[in-house]
Design a protein around this ligand. Structure first.
Ligand code: UDX
Length: 486
């Protein structure tokens, strides 16, 4: 294979993600993929995130021996472990504000500093959520600029079409609006989304803590038009009709997903880069769940996780917990220490008993492995984009309980377009949870499993030799190398 025989390229890519779990995950997969192809890659992290990756993700596994062209650099985010605002939406807002203020000079400093024996940076792949940080800097240094958005294409397109929705008076959504009102003017998704399926930031008067205003979301979305190319972590068979709309505006769009599976596939076909133990985890992984899963019957467990940023009220947690116990199904549930502000007390005896008998609650799991385990038959998820793609690859049907941002759109696509499960958005009721778990795991099990299996095959095809994401990665590497400099 080319990546095994070629010497290191003169191209050098700087990758700069938003410092949050979902963003770091997918951009680090891309970093590894590019380094597998002997491009020099510098992954730029904040100190806080890098320290957590070192403690919990075993970042040492990405050493010079396995990835000689992958380098790590950190910038200060001025937070100590105890001061960090966390990854909830208000925490993300703080991190975002801090980076908007200090990110540009720090980026400039990183680009100006030279490392001996490594070519100068020739390309920046920046997280599109703060793409504006890099626009001037890339121009100053005369280097290529590529934006990467870690959300789905369908959500990106819903953001992109916001100005049109204001023109057609379909936005704003007002407090007293009918949330089932159909949105008609998003090309490629006409009459599919209801108000409630639009990104959460479009909602007015809702108690969702918004990390960003709608105006800034629209401007960051449109800013990607100024980049030399655009990357999305998706695949053509999944989001083809939306992608064909996006391509009308982005002639250089590279769809490379599902990136985690793409990386695993390319690694297994490369003898010099065997799989290693690196996990891009920012939390301490509790592996006891794997032993527990080993003792469960095939397809019997519903896995429950709401990602790294979702926070919920105690009442919501109780409704979900009662619903899971009442469903009589076995469940594995990730509850992070900060999932419920103020913690949980006063759990009903029958819920505790039911959990002891049929459930396991842990702080953080190796999610890709969990979803691939044969005991797992369903996923109750917040519909974060990484979780959605991981479920697609594993062929696991979903119940969606979206929290914020892109998740409202993703869950609509899961239920109505891809037919991979059920959408529980805006409802948190124990009876509904119980009913949906039973529907997913029993009543409509075969129907959902059939479509999940089909989609998993398409995901696999996309990252295999000749597949769309596989070819697009080769094209992206060619595109980056065409501007590489010695
Ligand atoms: C959020 C958004 O929801 C997402 O759509 C956006 O692209 C990035 O920001 P997050 O809420 O963290 O991300 O969800 P998700 O995108 O699903 O990412 C969570 C990641 O954490 C997944 O890769 C998942 O495998 C991992 N995870 C989660 C674990 O490894 N262990 C766990 O216990 C839970």
């Amino acid at each position: 294979m080319e990546e095994n025989s070629a010497s290191a390229s003169t191209a050098h890519v700087l990758i700069f993600p938003l410092p949050a779990q979902g963003h770091v995950n997918s951009m680090l997969k891309l970093a590894q993929l590019l380094a597998l192809h002997n491009l020099h890659v510098t992954f730029l992290n904040t100190e806080y995130i890098h320290n957590r990756l070192t403690r919990f993700g075993n970042i040492q596994a990405l050493s010079a021996a396995s990835y000689p062209t992958l380098h790590f650099k950190t910038i200060s985010d001025s937070y100590t472990e105890n001061q960090h605002p966390g990854f909830g939406s208000s925490g993300i807002k703080d991190v975002f504000t801090s980076l908007s203020l200090y990110g540009k000079p720090l980026l400039r400093e990183v680009l100006a500093s030279q490392s001996a024996g490594i070519p100068k940076v020739s390309c920046i792949i920046v997280d599109g959520v703060f793409g504006s940080l890099a626009t001037d800097v890339a121009a100053e240094f005369g280097i290529q600029l590529i934006h990467f958005r870690t959300i789905s294409a369908c959500c990106y397109w819903a953001y992109f079409c916001a100005p049109r929705l204001f023109e057609t008076n379909e936005l704003p959504i007002r407090g007293d609006d009918d949330m089932d009102r159909i949105i008609k003017n998003i090309p490629g998704m006409e009459n599919l989304l209801r108000c409630r399926d639009l990104p959460s930031f479009y909602r007015e008067g809702k108690e969702i803590d918004k990390p960003l205003s709608l105006d800034s979301i629209i401007s960051m979305t449109l800013q990607s038009l100024e980049a030399d190319a655009f990357i999305l972590n998706t695949f053509d068979d999944l989001e083809g009709s939306v992608l064909s709309q996006i391509r009308l505006h982005f002639p250089k769009l590279f769809t490379l997903g599902p990136l985690h599976h793409h990386l695993n596939t390319r690694k297994t076909t490369s003898s010099e880069h065997p799989s290693n133990s690196f996990k891009s985890s920012l939390y301490e992984v509790d592996r006891s769940c794997m032993t527990w899963l080993d003792s469960q019957a095939k397809g019997s467990v519903i896995y429950v996780s709401f990602g790294s940023t979702t926070s919920m009220k105690k009442e919501q947690m109780m409704e979900i917990w009662h619903g899971l116990v009442n469903s009589n199904k076995r469940f594995l549930w990730v509850v992070r220490p900060d999932t419920v502000a103020g913690g949980i007390e006063g759990v009903a005896v029958e819920v505790e008993e039911g959990t002891k008998e049929r459930g396991l609650i842990v702080g953080w799991v190796p999610q890709e492995e969990v979803l691939a385990h044969e005991a797992v038959g369903g996923f109750l998820t917040h519909s974060g984009w990484n979780s959605t793609l991981e479920s697609v690859v594993a062929g696991v049907p979903m119940i969606c309980w979206p929290y914020f941002a892109d998740q409202q759109v993703n869950s609509r696509f899961v239920s109505e377009v891809w037919k991979l499960g059920l959408d529980m958005k805006d409802v948190c009721d124990r009876n509904v949870v119980e009913k949906m778990v039973n529907e997913l795991m029993d009543g409509r099990r075969e129907e959902f499993q059939r479509s999940a299996k089909k989609m998993a095959l398409l995901a696999n095809k996309s990252v295999s030799q000749g597949g769309s994401s596989h070819s697009n990665l080769d094209d992206l590497i060619g595109f980056i190398k065409s501007r590489g400099r010695g």
